[in-house]
Design a protein around this ligand. Structure first.
Ligand code: NDP
Length: 379
């Protein structure tokens, strides 16, 4: 402790002296820790300077550590090394400038990722070097390292695979919340969802199965449809139908007869697909829209509102986190721990993923092809 105090004091004097010699004005308190820039490699980040198509707008920026980091680590700050970060539809829409929120430009991109704690400020209690951590509201994950406030970071299960940890905060937790927080489902009830082979979709299938609910899953038709059907059934899907089949009464009626009308509809597609799913929702059922992959509006039939008493909701996991970060952090921690544990035990299987370097980013921007793309940053 004494040695650390002396070191801090020494560093403090050294910085004051070097600042004085270089003519810079720079104040530092004894609880600040100087950052050792020499120990850090060149900083790499994917940045947008203008909104547009990702392949045209995203640039790889290389900078010296001192260009991107503060000189010192404040008492409640944490230096993290970003390990891996997902490329989600939200990132693509953010880059295009059509997402619900727009960052101030230029901006580093990346709504989701996982990091290793490198160094902590003198008053940080919730984290220590070596911890695996993520920031539920950190939106600049496509970079090699950064300084964050301690309260913006959450320690997660160190046994998680990095590719799984990188996708913990968004997709499985979105599925988790949508199944838990809307309709009061009972064992044996049915959920219908479109975009069922999306990452959110496969986590919804697995959580529904785990909690005793059945699922009707709608996907787009494709030459290798049978492969996707098999994959979803392995995750625990009860029924898998194409967009065409869900619109066909002769196909749908016997299925609904057999497993019951769905009580909850999870919609990330919109358009005609969503209208067809909505049509079979039970009386009093809940419809939760969380995406619009078809970019088509979701029209509501009057019968849904008047006779079937359907409830329509939207869900945005970022808002769920934002509403809790200040004074209900325990709810966030509890969910991250529970979902993390399910992955570690193998109860939840991660969506198949492909690791990509920053240099190969255009592969990820071209589309998922049923695989989640993840930037490998510091592995
Ligand atoms: P993935 O990248 O894993 O999958 C994308 C899915 O969208 C695939 O099922 C794909 O099907 C489907 N899709 C793409 N284009 C179309 C189209 N034109 N019509 C119908 N389906 C289409 O996605 P994620 O699981 O990461 O995200 C899925 C959706 O959920 C996105 O809209 C995303 O923004 C949203 N989301 C919202 C959250 C929230 O809090 N509101 C949180 C997390 C995700 P195919 O294989 O046929 O191409």
């Amino acid at each position: 402790m004494l040695a650390r105090k002396l070191l801090l004091k020494h560093s403090y004097l050294e910085i004051r002296l070097s600042s004085f010699l270089s003519g810079q004005k720079f104040k530092m308190s004894t609880s600040d820790i100087p950052l050792d820039f020499k120990a850090l490699p060149e900083h790499r980040s994917l940045v947008i300077e203008k909104f547009g198509e990702p392949k045209d707008s995203v640039i790889l920026k290389l900078r010296r550590p001192e260009e991107v980091l503060p000189k010192v680590l404040g008492p409640k700050q944490v230096l993290i090394r970003h390990l891996a970060a997902t490329i989600n539809p939200a990132d693509i829409n953010m880059i295009q400038g059509i997402y619900g929120i727009r960052p101030k430009l230029p901006s580093v991109v990346g709504n989701e990722g996982v990091a290793r704690v490198e160094q902590v400020g003198s008053q940080v209690k919730n984290l220590q070097p070596g911890d695996l951590a993520l920031g539920v509201l950190v939106t600049e994950n496509w970079q090699s390292y950064s300084v964050q406030s301690d309260q913006s970071l959450y320690k997660i299960n160190n046994k998680l695979e990095i590719t799984t940890a990188a996708q913990l905060k968004v997709n499985p937790c979105t599925a988790y919340r949508m199944i838990k927080d809307f309709y009061n489902l009972k064992q044996g009830d049915t959920i219908i969802q479109n975009g069922a082979n999306s990452a959110v979709g496969v986590y919804a299938i697995q959580l529904a199965k785990l909690w005793g609910f059945k699922t009707i899953n709608v996907i787009r038709d494709r030459p290798n449809k049978d492969e996707i059907v098999q994959e979803l059934k392995q995750y625990g899907a009860d029924i898998v139908l194409t967009e065409e089949e869900i619109g066909n009464v002769e196909v749908v009626s016997p299925i609904v007869e057999q497993i019951g009308k769905p009580k909850l509809f999870l919609n990330c597609v919109g358009g005609k697909n969503a209208v067809n799913c909505q049509r079979i929702l039970d009386h009093g059922g809940y419809s939760v829209t969380y995406g619009a992959m078809s970019r088509q509006p979701f029209s509501l039939a009057a019968t849904s509102l008047i006779f079937k008493d359907h409830k329509f909701h939207g869900f945005w996991v970022s808002r769920w986190y934002k509403d809790r970060e200040l004074d209900r952090r325990h709810e966030i921690e509890s969910m991250l721990n529970e979902v993390g544990e399910l992955f570690v035990k193998g109860t939840l299987k991660p969506k198949s993923s492909k690791l990509i370097s920053f240099e190969d980013r255009n592969i990820a921007f071209e589309g998922s092809n049923n695989t989640k793309c993840i930037f490998s940053i510091n592995n």
